[in-house]
Design a binder for this molecule. Sequence first.
Ligand code: UDP
Ligand code: MG
Length: 219
Amino acid sequence: MYTLRFLATGARRFIRAMSAATMNRKPEVMFILGSPGAGKGTLCRYIVEHYGYVHLSAGDLLREERVKPGSQYGEFIETHIRNGTIVPVEITCSLIDRAMQTSENPHNRFLIDGFPRNQDNLDGWNKVMADKVLLKGVIFCECSEEVCTQRCLHRGASGSGRSDDNEQSLILRHQTYLKNTLPIIKMYEQQGLVYKVNSMNTPEEVFQDVVAFFPKLGW
Ligand code: UDP
Ligand code: MG
């Protein structure tokens, strides 16, 4: 009985996903925001594994662009990353746009991780992307600065290879988060779009919280 119901749910989800793609519906987007090291990427990996949606980390897209041979922005991006400052939206948004357009994922659902991070990001997104997608909501991964810093330092020490997982960059990243990103989250909160999770919990607990929330969005 349970298996049948499980299969039926799976089939329904598949049909919905296929029809979303074939009917050319707007892509659905969920922003994942929170302090550096809060576990945004980890949560996204859990969601991808269980739901098959697409994870686009703005930071990862910038890091890929940075190392592309002949990239005109390589050094410019690296300077921003080390200083924990935010790359101009034209660059980030075009990378996100391209990644969405080249995705053949049948669900047509995207987790955009670590974006928008400041007013410039938000303005640029609103200008070129907002009308092309359906913004379903924002998941806010809330976590203390101490825990986040320890996680990133640990990640740096165990070979993340990230040039910003060091104490100096982390101070700057956290300052940027408080000054620039938190106001964006607050603005979305006022629009009733934010779902908050306690990212001090284990990844599995945070994921289960999201599993309970997704059906409210039809996800
Ligand atoms: N970054 C940016 N714009 C973005 C996302 C990231 O400029 O939309 C840069 C910024 O310098 C940031 C760094 O990339 O500090 C690392 O971002 P990432 O999201 O990978 O870090 P996390 O928050 O996951 O630790
Ligand atoms: Mg990340």
